[in-house]
Design a protein around this ligand. Sequence first.
Ligand code: UD1
Ligand code: CA
Length: 453
Amino acid sequence: MTETASPLALVVLAAGKGTRMKSDLHKVLHPIAGRPMLMHLLASADALEPARKVVVVGAGREQLAKALGESAELAVQDPQLGTGHAVQQAEAALTGFAGDVLILYGDVPFVRNETMRAMLERLHGDDNPAVVVLAFEPDDALQYGRVIAENGVVRKMVEHKDASAEERACRLCNSGLMAVRGSELFALLARVGNDNAQGEYYLTDIVNVANGDGRVCAVVVTDDPDEVAGINSRAELAEAEARWQKKRRLQAMADGASLVAPETVWFAWDTQLGRDVTVEQNVVFGPGVTVADNVVIHAFCHIEGARLASGTSVGPFARLRPGAVLEEKARVGNFVEVKNAVLHAGAKANHLTYLGDADVGAGANIGAGTITCNYDGYFKYRTVIGERAFIGSNSALIAPVKIGADAIVAAGSAVSRDVADGELRLVRAEQLVKPGWADRFHDAMKKKKAERK
Ligand code: UD1
Ligand code: CA
């Protein structure tokens, strides 16, 4: 296969109304595995090092402008007169661009990089095709546009609504994605009319126009219909999520993680897992999680924005929020919440604890029910716990506060002033001891009750 040396521009169509999502959020910003579908698509194209990226948008352009920042240009299509008309809106942004143009759909997010590459390579084939169409053969061809082709050469593109019974019987469907030279694309589009069943300017007609000029138009057929599946509704969004998760679970296992019940583990787009990691049932990874080797994540954990070093153990029923770091062999047990806090090597918080904005020294032991009181309703403050410190159960550490190395905080203490290294801090009322008092109380009360009958 030949490498294509031409620069690349992406034109991503995203001006459709997305009515079936019934959402205030732009369709292409709906997340899959915690990342907007448009970003999945752009990331897939990134390995081709596109020189230009133009996203064609209609309603909701402010949302897209915010999500994309400087990473892509926006072209506005208003009103929306069809896919061909949509691509025409990118013309101004691509003035003078002479490389290849890859036309993608923002709501078809999982096109593989290899597929994009295959389309571009085909565009530079010896027969010099004017257009390369990406097609697929679904089990049910539904309302997709049909690609009438022979030996990889397209004879005609026809939309379902315009197709004859014979054409509808053809199973080769148009994914919508195309590759065209920038130097030819807009001249072809300018010759496309809207005399068809929908009164739209069809992108597909550039193939018919080029064919009329005697040019070859080629079809690349993907063997994976899932990669060109469009997302038009919440149900399709959930199906795409399910497919993504299924693949990711298989990848995790192939990379050396044990998933006890794979179908109950949910990954984020950027989850990183080491080897010999065990993930038990019903674990959810939000974005930004890195897990090193030899880690055990017990059942029912929710982990986001966290780093787990090797030999650590989490859960069951733990919640790690952004900024949670467990250094080597640290442990977080059941009903523990950690946010923006580091547990250094071997530190333990095994039961019912909240550690927020904290630094827990190596080997420290955090007793059951310990709470770092990190927020006063206005500001947040840090708690710093020294190495090997022992925090007794049900303590409240009122930040900002520092507990020294090897210090002991007695159970039930509310600590609001710093504790020195090696100190015992006990903050609770003196105990009142009254031997026999309860016996006397019960006797007196029983007697009183008997007298009232
Ligand atoms: C289109 C193709 C059809 C193909 C199908 C695959 C044409 C004429 N038809 O169908 O052959 O089988 O995709 O799903 O190209 N969009 C705009 N502006 C518009 C219209 C659409 O930006 O004016 C965008 C949409 O946001 C979407 C994409 O283009 O991302 C496809 O639009 P959609 O209406 O789903 O495609 P169809 O016309 O049904
Ligand atoms: Ca569609």
